[in-house]
Design a protein around this ligand. Structure first.
Ligand code: ADP
Ligand code: MG
Length: 520
């Protein structure tokens, strides 16, 4: 068989740690190491006078140079700017994510040679704007992003590979339902999937992009800080570097509490010291509400999939935070079975992404792919209209959440006067009827409707979610076939020129000739 020209590379771009994997010559996924010799790269960026440093070294700077450090940029993806200034400058989260990706690219190219085509993972619960921003980050980092894939789906693919679902006899395997519980550093995702005859079908998905290990860390940070205030009357959290140092101590203590029943957290600030001891029980109590939120979401997702616990064959644990014994206990109580750890919770997502990259490259080369992935959308798509009763703006849902992808829907808008030349459609994602509670995707504007259309001419706007959760829109006058030119104006996105100049700046690489722009 002819060798693939491109290596199949997948990247798990995590909130706290990132991992790169590729398929080896036998088609097995394998994690690659970074320049420091580690499989995991902390997703932390230090921007100082000497340049940009990513990973372990940037983590160290959190105790001395916190003002110059960006961490958890993934939590801000989809916003216009990162939530704080870095060295007195504002950055779009895409650029910070791109620096992480760029390091991964440069480091891994040392091992496997130059490559551009990759698959990057996103939380299933990421909305459309965050998905686009992730693709943009990949582009800035010098990649050609073939696709994005949901993290729980990737984990399920890695699991399926390991269980022989993708092999020769994969087609004879019985269908089974699994629940993927992914609790990482910054995000929580739960997805119910059906694995069968070389096919991965997501049935329902839910989550929280603001819930993860960091929130558990914060409970410890607050506990120690309050102890410090009680004893010494000052709050170490008010000093950025002390705060960074305290967080590192607490994150470490949290890991210790996964293995041991108690831990001391010594902390020194301005010559004063505290060393509170915390037991695992105390820690679990401090963070019970966080765990309860994942419990609630897990139940809801199962219900949304129309299944019960005895329909679920396995509960897959993904993400570093599933090492906390309380998570395992909770899931065991909920599901009545021992959760499955057979794929490494740190590598599963990257492995799945590499398998997906392999599938796409095979498709591009005209070979038959080994498996198929079917997803659902994690948020309802809606357009803003006026409520006929109250006259107030209201979100009208066009494609409900958990619809199998690709999915399309059409809405008819009528012109309000003769010879109207433009229409504007506001697109959002979210479950609420109130536009203020939804996430804006952008405004789709059509500026050159044909001349002399009569009043009340129906204009069809067709929305289509691709398999990866990205949106495309087409606009036509009803009864005609010609697509009308339109533009989606996205508030929190970089435009084409900005993307290219960031790409040059971060990766030193020229723009790709053909950029995938949305709104095909
Ligand atoms: P992400 O993909 O969001 O970056 P990961 O899946 O890499 O996250 O998980 C990182 C999180 O897992 C961090 O919050 C880290 O503190 C936590 N973690 C890792 N190991 C342990 C452990 N032994 N006990 C508790 N938490 C852990
Ligand atoms: Mg992760």
């Amino acid at each position: 068989m002819k060798q693939a020209v491109h290596p199949a590379v997948g990247i798990d771009l995590g909130t706290t740690y990132s991992v790169v994997a590729r398929l080896d010559d036998t088609g097995r996924p394998q994690a690659l190491i970074n320049g420091e010799g580690d499989q995991w790269t902390p997703s932390v960026v230090l921007v100082d006078e000497e340049g940009v440093v990513v990973g372990k070294e940037a983590v160290k700077a959190m105790s001395t140079d916190m003002e110059a450090v960006a961490e958890c940029a993934k939590r801000d993806v989809g916003q216009r700017t990162y939530h704080k200034m870095i060295g007195g400058r504002q950055y779009p989260p895409e650029a910070l994510e791109a620096w992480i990706l760029n390091k991964l690219r440069v480091d891994t190219q040392q091992q496997i040679g130059e490559y551009q085509k990759v698959v990057i993972t996103v939380p299933a619960y990421f909305d459309e704007v965050r998905r686009k921003a992730t693709q943009d980050a990949g582009y800035i980092a010098g990649f050609d992003v073939m696709d994005i894939i949901n993290e729980p789906t990737a984990a399920a693919v890695a699991f399926g590979f390991q269980q022989g679902f993708l092999g020769q006899d994969g087609k004879d395997k019985q269908r089974r339902n699994i629940l993927v519980y992914d609790l990482g550093g910054g995000t929580f995702d739960v997805t119910v999937m059906q694995i069968g005859a070389r096919e991965f079908v997501a049935l329902a998905t839910d989550g929280d992009v603001q819930l993860g290990g960091r929130d558990w860390d914060q409970r410890l940070v607050d506990y120690v800080a309050e102890e410090f205030i009680r004893k010494h009357g000052v709050d170490p959290r008010e000093d950025a570097n002390a705060g960074g140092r305290l967080w590192r101590e607490c994150e470490d203590a949290k890991r210790t509490l996964s293995a041991r029943r108690r831990v001391k957290i010594p902390f020194e600030f301005q010559g004063n010291v505290v060393r509170p001891e915390i037991t695992r029980e105390q820690f679990e109590e401090m963070a019970q509400d966080l765990l309860d939120r994942t419990d609630f979401t897990t139940r809801q997702t199962l219900q949304a999939a129309g299944l019960q616990w005895n329909d679920i064959e396995r509960v897959l644990l993904v993400g570093g935070s599933t090492r906390m014994p309380a998570v395992v206990k909770m899931l065991k109580k909920l599901s009545g079975k021992d959760p499955d750890r057979s794929v490494s919770p740190d590598e599963a997502v990257a492995h799945g992404a590499a398998l997906h990259a392999g599938l796409l490259l095979a498709k591009h080369q005209g070979r038959t792919p080994k498996f198929r992935i079917k997803n659902v959308n994690s948020h309802s798509l809606g357009v803003i209209g006026n409520d006929p009763v109250t006259g107030r703006p209201r979100n009208g849902i066009v494609i409900p959440r958990n619809t199998a992808l690709p999915a399309a829907a059409q809405r008819i808008f009528k012109t309000q006067k003769a010879n109207q030349r433009s229409i504007l459609v506001e697109i959002v994602e979210g479950e609420s009827a109130s536009p203020a509670d939804c996430a804006p995707i952008g405004r789709c504007s059509v500026r050159d409707l044909p001349r002399n259309l009569p009043d009340q001419t129906p204009i069809a706007v067709r929305f289509r979610y691709l398999e990866n959760g990205r949106l495309t829109v087409t606009v036509k006058v009803v009864g005609t076939d010609r697509k009308l030119r339109h533009e989606i104006v996205r508030e929190n996105s970089l435009n084409h020129d900005q993307l290219n100049s960031w790409r040059r700046y971060v990766s030193g690489l020229p723009p790709l000739a053909e950029v995938v722009v949305d709104d095909a």
